[in-house]
Design a protein around this ligand. Structure first.
Ligand SMILES: [Zn+2]
Length: 439
């Protein structure tokens, strides 16, 4: 929640960069054979729509209802998070608490950057404590209720505290830089602020796989040659010179199956999580890794940075105009009058949250488009359409398989199961002869 502000920026970048292909499943029995083996027979007149429907029909109604409920509940959580955070930020301003927090920070030391850091720590702790019950519900209770979490409360809380510490350090550094800019360049800070944020977030995305991710999970080299070698072979075939594939011990937190590519400029890592290894057949793993390699080969990390750069400039322009207006109107009441005043931080937090809230469909559509591209790349690289469809079905645990068109545009950061399975079946329809020969 408040971490939407703290990390939204940080994690938006890493999400765009990481472009995680989240694939999940409880299905214990992977297909005995891969390739053309499936529920759908390969006849001469292979109908991709019928094949897609046949795959979707494999999910039992109660399981479908459960995953639909989980995913649709997430729509409401976006709204509740937004409303709850907004209330807290406005409360901080309206009660004068933010002004008191600023006064206190200024008494600690004479140095302005330390004022900023101190205020930031106060702000983060205050919002974390207030939103704690909602965070527990969202991140712990609800995840357990749907069978997606494996962590007990202690380790979960430990991860939350580590996240808070990362927010204190990185958020604090960014804010110290931004406030320095706002105070020195009162008219043009928004453009320099956007540029500085982009550089900072790029840096964060660069170091996160090496220094931040290991705080939460262990990353080890995949040693099993039966799985590693086909993955590395596919990587070489697609011009990726990776020598290692890393395994993330994601099962310590959840049952979700996922894989991702993180980092860039030399910190790139192709990572698959241990749930993927234990729950999927080799063909399914190859289908997933083909998708991940697509992100890498198509430079989604760099394109994501460009996209996020544009969003940042727009966001800062909006912040500049709207904060000026709000401070003129309510500044006396809030005891804060300028953008360079720390006490106005909750106003900026509220404004950026509102901006990103409105932008959710655009953000999601950008991500979903890249994910779709990676799917197409993965089909061509791994040539396992049925394994791809099986893996898409494993999403049924936590992502609604068959949404409406508008629903998908607004809420989906990955294509829905129906869209992904259809893409796989469409590919299969055009490669039947080839697949038949291989078998
Ligand atoms: Zn992806």
């Amino acid at each position: 929640m408040h971490r939407r502000i703290v990390f939204l920026a940080l994690f938006s970048v890493t999400t765009v960069l990481a472009s995680a292909a989240l694939l999940d499943g409880q299905e214990s029995a992977p297909p005995a054979q891969t390739g053309t083996t499936s529920a759908v027979s390969t006849t001469e007149h292979f109908d991709p729509v019928a094949a897609t429907n046949a795959y979707l029909a494999k999910v039992p109604p109660d399981k479908k209802a459960k995953s639909d409920a989980y995913f649709e509940g997430g729509y409401w959580l976006i709204l509740w998070d937004f409303l709850a955070s907004s209330c807290i930020f406005i409360l901080l301003l309206a009660t004068g608490l933010s002004a008191r927090m600023r006064d206190w920070a200024e008494r600690v030391t004479r140095f302005k950057p330390i004022h900023t850091f101190t205020y930031w720590v106060e702000f983060l702790i205050f919002t974390s404590v207030i939103t704690f019950p909602l965070d527990v519900y969202e991140g712990f209770v609800r995840e357990h209720k749907y069978g997606l979490a494996t962590q007990t409360f202690g380790p979960w809380l430990g991860d939350q505290l580590k996240g808070l510490a990362v927010g204190v350090v990185f958020g604090g550094l960014l804010l110290m830089a931004l406030y320095g800019i706002v105070r020195r360049l009162p008219r043009t800070w928004w453009i320099w602020g956007a540029a500085t944020s982009l550089v900072f977030l790029t840096f964060f995305a660069l170091i996160a796989p090496v220094y931040v991710a290991p705080l939460f999970n262990k990353y080890t080299r995949l040693e099993d040659p039966a799985i590693r070698d086909p993955i590395l072979s596919m990587a070489r075939a697609n011009g990726i010179s990776a020598k290692d594939v890393f395994v993330q011990d994601a099962s310590r937190q959840s049952t979700r199956v996922s894989a991702f590519v993180t980092g860039f400029l030399g910190t790139e890592r192709i990572v698959l999580n241990d749930n993927l290894l234990t729950r999927c057949s080799l063909a399914e793993i190859e289908a997933v890794m083909g998708h991940e390699m697509g992100h890498y080969v198509m430079h989604h990390a760099y394109k994501g940075l460009m996209f996020f750069g544009i969003i940042l400039v727009l966001a800062f322009a909006f912040l500049s105009r709207s904060s000026e207006w709000a401070l003129k109107r309510w500044g006396d009441k809030w005891r804060t009058h300028s953008a360079g005043d720390l006490a106005a931080l909750p106003l900026f937090a509220f404004l950026i949250l509102a901006f990103l809230f409105v932008l959710t469909p655009i953000d999601n559509s950008y991500s979903r488009t890249e994910e779709y591209e990676a799917d197409i790349f993965g089909l061509n690289a791994a040539r396992e359409p049925d394994a791809e469809a099986e893996v898409d079905l494993k999403l049924a645990d936590y992502r609604k398989l068959d949404p409406g068109a508008l629903e998908e545009i607004i809420f989906y950061d990955h294509p829905s199961g129906r869209v992904r399975i259809y893409a796989a079946m469409r590919w299969k329809a055009e490669h039947l002869h080839e697949l038949g020969n291989r078998e």
